[in-house]
Design a protein around this ligand. Structure first.
Ligand code: AMP
Length: 701
């Protein structure tokens, strides 16, 4: 006999559930009797150890460890080497999945050959496909991929059978944050909208404590653990433990023994909550985005479900209560609910009743027939899901001046979903029978700010006219996986298609379509980020600016780039000298405290001093939300810096004046005004342009 399961393949922990003999979803304990298995692999054993044992080795500082690899799913650059073999995130996931399957088989006493596997709602196509492949390689037929919050909604819906309500699922795990709005109805769960961040989870809270500890340790001993991988591992392990303690107690004592130095530090819950408040604010922005996409406001919601290990932090519970105006729903097991939902979906896929398979009997005479008869099994609940990314193609703008991302399927539409776009194609009398289509996932109108999924090449276009129409269809299937096809309209023939790898250099997409320039060689780069820390930046604007700066850093190549940070208010502070140590920059960013006025002049002068001539390309990136104290002298300083060969990018938010930004910047393209919520995108764009040679920022001759 072979059976099926639902698997929550988590960043930090995984869990498996099945449909038990009563037809209800139930978690299957692993070989150690635990309901969750750490998603950690230890390569010092043969075969590699998975789960709790591997986690113990990691805690002891062993380096033959793979953990936290799920966020790298589908990233070709992510490879880990162990004993001469190289592993992708999908290979590592296969090892974990195989172990989960074996444990489930041992517990159930039968073969497990099919599974529904959950993924973060935020996963895009390049992450979904390898998840399916990992399942297949682990010996499972992957019945379906579903979004984690959708699984949580399904499990919750089953528990609340017969009730109709709209809930928000706030899922904060170890490495990802997903937020989903769902309408739960008898027999049907409809996902209305979803949003998330694949780089926001418990790990960020750990990092914040680690930065705090490293700074204290460095100040007291002169040894900075951020510079030493073994010491850093120790600090990170202790940081996570302190975080757990702070979920139970109002303060934690942390002892660090690094080399010959031993120090003990105290961290209170209040301090911890204070230093991680910007992370809570990041979840709020995404939560409100999902609510807005669902066309709802807080009073229209019936409740909030908390899912994921990080929602055990008391600050999450109180923040969500305050934000939503209601206490989160009780009775949801944050570690198991996703696996339970996956098991429900698996039962739906194989057509087995779920939720109530115990025979029921109708009593009485109402139907006119005497006696009792088994009730029909309940209809399997239906689920309608959505995708959190829009799907589109790169197209030429209507006026022919730029390449744009043309959204074909908007995010948050029910899937499966499909649509098509006509492409006008010049055949040149048969000389041109090939059409290339770049498929994108993302919201921005700029193609390079989206994920380019692939270069789809269609061949065999017949020269029935000088110009023929090719209809390109894009769709999301029920797994959220992208499907593409094209048909020549006048012949009604489907064109042969190949998918080519996306070329490394796509910088031409930022140029006007018909005048591509040759790419500038990428050389060493040094950037100074000048962050406005005047009083008006307090609260939300600073949180958004820090978030945008992190996005900026995440897009740069630190093998060739150094970044420094200067904050300016009444005083100007060199928060970090140019470095390629990203952690140091993250720590410096968190030190910026708003207050005072806007002394941009001295900030530019300081940056100019730091960027004294060398053979690097040099940039000053200014972020400001208003007029500086001495506006004209700041413009003069900027002009002097430009004259010295430094490119200046000026990004404005809030009350910043667009004309003034233009006067500071090297070119019109290098002055950007970002409305609330657009800053992250603007910074991402600038980082990319800088990394690609910065041509778009310079004045064209
Ligand atoms: P998940 O991916 O849902 O298993 O969540 C794992 C994350 O939850 C990790 O970052 C853990 O450190 C965090 N976590 C687990 N238990 C607690 C706790 N009691 N307090 C704070 N964070 C926790």
């Amino acid at each position: 006999m072979a059976t099926f399961v639902g698997i929550d393949l988590g960043t930090t922990n995984s869990a498996v559930a099945h449909r038990n003999t009563y037809g209800r979803p139930e978690v299957i304990a692993n070989r150690e009797g635990q309901n969750v298995t750490p998603s950690v692999v230890y390569f010092g054993a043969d075969p590699p150890a998975v789960g709790q044992e591997a986690k113990e080795w990691a805690r002891l500082g062993n380096e033959e460890i793979a953990s936290f690899f799920k966020p790298h799913m589908g990233n070709p650059q992510f490879r880990l080497e162990f004993h001469g073999r190289s592993y992708s995130a999908a290979d590592l996931s296969t090892i974990v999945l195989r172990r989960l399957r074996e444990d489930a088989e041992a517990r159930l006493g039968e073969t497990v050959d099919r599974a529904v596997i959950t993924v973060p709602a935020y996963f895009a196509d390049p992450q979904r496909k390898p998840t399916i492949e990992a399942g297949t390689a682990a010996g499972l037929k992957v019945l379906r991929i579903i979004n984690e919050p959708t699984a949580a909604a399904l499990a919750y819906g089953l528990q609340k059978a017969g009730v109709e309500e709209t809930v928000l699922i706030y899922d904060l795990g170890g490495g990802t944050f997903d937020v989903t709005v769902a309408r739960i109805m008898p027999g049907e769960t409809v996902i209305l909208a979803t949003a998330g961040d694949h780089d926001l989870g418990g790990k960020n809270w750990d990092d914040r404590i680690a930065t705090f500890l490293a700074e204290q340790f460095a100040a007291e001993t002169g040894f900075d653990p951020l510079d030493d991988p073994t010491a850093l591992n120790e600090v990170l392990v202790k940081s996570e433990q302190a975080k757990w303690t702070l979920s139970e107690r109002s303060s934690a004592r942390i002892t660090l023994q690094l080399g010959t130095e031993r120090r003990t530090f105290e961290l209170t819950r209040a301090e911890f909550e204070n230093m991680t408040f910007p992370l809570m604010e990041r979840t709020r922005r995404l939560t409100e985005e999902a609510l807005g996409e669902a066309g709802l406001t807080w009073p229209k919601l019936d409740g909030v479900l908390l899912v994921g290990g990080s929602t055990r932090m008391p600050m999450v519970r109180s923040y969500v209560s305050q934000m939503s105006g209601k206490p989160p729903r009780a009775g949801v097991n944050v570690d198991e609910v996703v696996a339970l939902g996956a098991a429900i979906q698996a039962a739906i896929e194989v057509g087995e009743p779920i939720g109530d398979a115990v025979p029921r009997f109708t009593l009485g005479m109402s139907s006119g027939t005497a006696g009792s008869a088994p009730a029909a099994p309940p209809a399997p609940p239906r689920v309608t899901d959505v995708m959190s990314h829009s799907l589109g193609t790169v197209a030429v703008s209507p006026d022919g001046s730029a390449y744009v991302n043309d959204v074909v399927i908007r995010r948050n539409l029910p899937i499966p979903a499909g649509d098509r776009r006509p492409y006008m194609h010049s055949t040149h009398g048969g000389a041109n029978d090939r059409l290339e289509v770049y498929v994108t996932q993302g919201e921005s109108t700029a193609p390079l700010d989206c994920t380019i999924l692939g270069k789809y090449v269609f061949v065999g276009i017949e020269p029935t006219a000088d110009e023929v129409t090719v209809d390109v269809s894009l769709s999301y299937d029920s797994n959220g996986v992208v499907q593409v096809e094209a048909v020549q309209r006048d012949t009604a023939r489907r064109l042969a298609m190949t998918v080519e790898p996306v070329p490394d250099d796509l910088s031409w997409l930022a140029d006007p379509p018909r005048a591509p320039e040759s790419a500038a060689p990428a050389g060493p780069i040094r950037v100074y980020l000048l962050l406005d820390a005047s009083a008006s930046m307090t609260g939300e604007p600073m949180a958004e600016a820090q978030n945008a700066a992190r996005e900026f850093l995440s897009r740069l190549d630190f093998t060739t780039t150094e970044v420094g940070l200067i904050s300016f208010s009444t005083l100007v502070a060199l928060q970090a000298q140019a470095t390629n140590n990203v952690r140091r920059l993250h720590a410096a960013l968190l030190r910026v405290e708003p207050g005072g006025s806007t002394n941009l002049t001295d900030a530019i002068e300081m940056a100019r001093g730091q960027l004294a001539a060398d053979d690097r390309r040099r940039y000053i990136v200014i972020l400001t939300d208003g007029y500086p104290d001495a506006a004209e002298s700041a413009v003069e300083q900027a002009a002097a810096a430009r004259k010295a060969g430094i490119e200046i990018v000026a990004i404005g938010m809030g009350d910043a004046d667009r004309e003034y930004l233009r006067r500071l910047a090297s070119s019109d393209q290098a002055s950007i005004f970002a409305r609330t919520g657009e800053l992250v995108q603007a910074f991402g764009h600038i980082a990319r342009v800088i990394a690609e040679g910065g041509r778009a920022l310079r004045i064209r001759s």
